[in-house]
Design a protein around this ligand. Structure first.
Ligand code: MOS
Length: 692
């Protein structure tokens, strides 16, 4: 790899190419595609958490005017593969969690379908269910790996002896709540069959992945499935993999011989499209008298579903954040009668860095050190567990720059030292990190069109992240032409395949393929191509991947105010500084960072899915009671970044920015709350009762 692509359009704060269409309501989302003869589906969901459907009476539903079909496990078409139990809808009468799809009504209108679904009478043979996540369960097990493919456990040195010998010790347990992804646009699919060809308009983070997952489930060749998704109203990981509604829509469309639309309701999203597992993190640390860590140990307990495993990689960031000769991490799972957990913005790093960065704050205080100085003192020279050098690591620069911008210098570290008109005021800091990865499998075609414009095509996704704009910027620089001369087409499996928009890998992966295609195009046709000239490219392997540890870093600063009499907590300031390689578009990047930080604030103070163990049911399954930070919850919010030149991560030098913004925010807030009140909150969310 030679130097990075010189930036001309890259780095410019261009407005979103899709912005006008979105704000004027002309951007077409999955459920809005006009399809002639459309019918509407409403699922029937299990009202028990474990057992078997013994009888279904569909007579009343079928008698309703406008009802086209009522599907149950007894009459639904068979799937070609039931290998993925989450997707094997209506293939058996077993109930594995409350809210599971056990039937479906297809009708001429959504209202009729919904009403009729309520008329379906279901009888069950119920079995006792178990939904209680506890760290002392006898049936906890070690998964083979944690998401996406990290080792489950790691161990170096002798942690017990190091802890026993440590001058300063910590042994605390931190917990994060059960969280549900709540993008503005609910999951939606329109499925239409034309003979053996299936078209899916689906709200997804990756049309190629949807096609390749769903085709074998339905027993259709992938080339006979077309998935279309030009715009996504958010996903946060929940649209990174197909969920049951997608298969259900396709199955129902086959059964009724007409196109079927399924819009998952907000309440249904709390059972059907994934969520972040609650985590229990026992963290032990030892340090010497100078504040150098000698041991770091993180033992995580979390849940998965009984039907399908998902293991959140919560302890993984503890493997590379800080130096210490003795270290261990473990993940243990309880398989419960609950819906299938899945990706939610920064799986692993997000909950894991709440525990780790709160523990670090506690250790810094115990060592009598400023929390920034404590972190600087424990910076590793190399990735502590792999021994690889970092391709670039600018955590210290982020901490210093953040401290300067935030005004950290004159902070009195004493808790409860600052009072303003009945409010206790405190400030806190936490680090953030996210791996800088790429996913293989993308290709890009560039064609010189009849209008003498460059058409750049790949099946990438824009889930509100800025892909429509950023990929065009990259293509313009890669071709050496103006941004206005480039047309981009994404979000359609009729285009060359692309990797999923997940793991903050989108721009690095697709962008690398754009560069490769542009190079091929220029090599073949030079700077004066003719109409119809065309070249394709993919993502070349990066030999540096095996040699370097590649991560983005950041520092989050928070100021909180806690009412002395009521415990009400407000976050009055949040400031993040990130080192995430080259920033392709400062305008959309800022939006990513502050979006992530806002979601972190929401996690810190508000979000919590409340389980009623008697029924295995999330009781606050709507936006009225599952509160997500609103404008009134967010005061001053700033995101900055430092110029970072990383020649190893990929030829663009980008590290990915979709997820790092959420990482560490909750810890910065809980650390600030401790500084304000002297109360250490180790269990999210930080609600007012915890200060009383
Ligand atoms: Mo992100 S949770 O990897 O879509």
């Amino acid at each position: 790899m030679t130097g990075l692509l010189p930036a001309r359009v890259i780095g410019q704060p261009l407005e979103r190419a899709d912005g006008m269409a979105k704000v004027t309501g002309t951007a077409t989302y999955a459920a809005e595609h006009p399809v002639p003869g459309l019918t509407h589906l409403h699922p029937v969901q299990a009202t028990i958490a474990r057992g078997r459907v013994s009888a279904v009476d569909t007579a009343q539903a079928e008698a309703l005017d406008g009802v086209i079909a009522v599907l149950t496990p007894a009459n639904a078409p068979r799937l070609a593969s039931t290998e993925d139990p989450e997707l094997a809808v209506l293939q058996s009468d077993e109930v594995a969690f409350r809210g599971q799809v056990i039937g479906a009504v297809v009708a001429t209108t959504p209202e009729i379908a919904r009403h009729a679904a309520g008329l379906v009478q279901v009888s069950y043979v119920e079995q006792p269910h178990d939904v209680a996540l506890r760290p002392d369960r006898a049936d906890l097990y070690a998964p083979d790996k944690v998401n996406p493919a990290f080792p489950t456990d790691t161990e170096q040195g002798d942690v017990p002896s190091a802890l026993a010998d440590a001058a300063v010790r910590l042994d605390q347990t931190y917990t994060t709540a059960w969280y549900h992804n709540n993008p503005m646009e609910p999951h939606a699919t329109i499925a239409s069959w034309d003979g053996g060809d299936l078209t899916l308009h689906d709200s997804t983070q990756g049309v190629t992945a949807v096609r390749d997952t769903v085709a074998p489930v339905l027993g259709v060749a992938p080339e006979r499935v077309r998935v279309i998704c030009p715009h996504v109203g958010g996903g946060f990981g929940s649209k990174g993999q197909p969920h049951v509604h997608l298969v259900l829509a396709a199955l129902a469309a086959k059964a009724v011989g007409r196109p079927v639309r399924l819009v998952v309701t907000r309440q249904q999203m709390f059972a059907l499209v994934g969520y972040r597992t609650p985590t229990i993190q026992r963290i032990r640390m030892g340090a010497d008298r100078t504040g150098r860590l000698t041991a770091i140990s993180v033992d995580v307990v979390e849940q998965t579903s009984r039907i399908k495993e998902f293991a959140e990689q919560t302890a993984v960031p503890a493997r590379m954040m800080y130096a210490a000769p003795h270290r261990r991490t473990t993940h243990r799972l309880a398989a419960l009668d609950v819906p299938v957990p899945s990706w939610m913005r920064a799986p692993g790093e997000c909950p894991g860095m709440f525990g780790l960065e709160t523990a670090v704050d506690e250790m810094a205080a115990a060592c009598g050190l400023d929390p920034i100085e404590f972190r600087v003192r424990n910076e590793p020279e190399r990735d502590p567990e792999t021994g690889r050098p970092f391709s670039s690591r600018n955590l210290v620069a982020c901490l210093r720059e953040g401290a300067r911008r935030f005004g950290w210098a004159h902070r009195d570290p004493t808790p409860r030292a600052r009072r303003e008109a009945g409010w206790l005021v405190g400030t806190g800091v936490a680090a953030s990190t996210y791996p800088a990865g790429r996913i293989a499998g993308s290709s890009v075609t560039i064609r010189f069109g009849p209008d003498r414009r460059y058409q750049v095509e790949t099946a990438a996704a824009d889930l509100g992240t800025g892909t429509w704009t950023a990929l065009r910027q990259i293509a313009a620089d890669a071709l050496g032409v103006d941004y206005a001369e480039v047309d981009l087409r994404i979000g359609d499996t009729a285009l060359p395949p692309a990797s999923v928009a997940g793991g903050s890998t989108g721009i690095a992966s697709w962008g690398s393929a754009v560069l490769d295609a542009a190079e091929a195009f220029r090599d073949k046709f030079g700077a004066n191509p003719s109409e119809g000239d065309e070249a394709s490219g993919g993502m070349p392997d990066n030999p540096h991947t095996e040699r370097y540890a590649m991560h983005a870093f950041g520092a989050q600063f928070a100021e909180v105010r806690v009412r002395e009499d009521t415990g009400e907590i407000r976050v009055s300031r949040l400031l993040g500084v990130f080192a995430a390689g080259r920033i392709v578009n400062p305008r959309t990047a800022r939006s990513q960072f502050i979006g992530g930080m806002t979601m972190g604030l929401s996690m810190a103070l508000h979000e919590q899915s409340v389980l009623d163990q008697r029924f295995g049911h999330i009781v606050n399954h709507d936006l009225a009671e599952y509160h997500i930070a609103a404008n009134a919850d967010v005061a001053e919010l700033e995101a900055h970044w430092i110029d970072e030149h990383d020649p190893y991560v990929n030829p663009l030098g980008t590290k990915g920015i979709g997820e790092i913004g959420i990482v560490g925010t909750a810890a910065a807030i809980s650390n600030a709350a401790h500084h304000a009140t002297g109360v250490r909150v180790r269990d999210l969310p930080i609600t007012l009762d915890k200060f009383l």
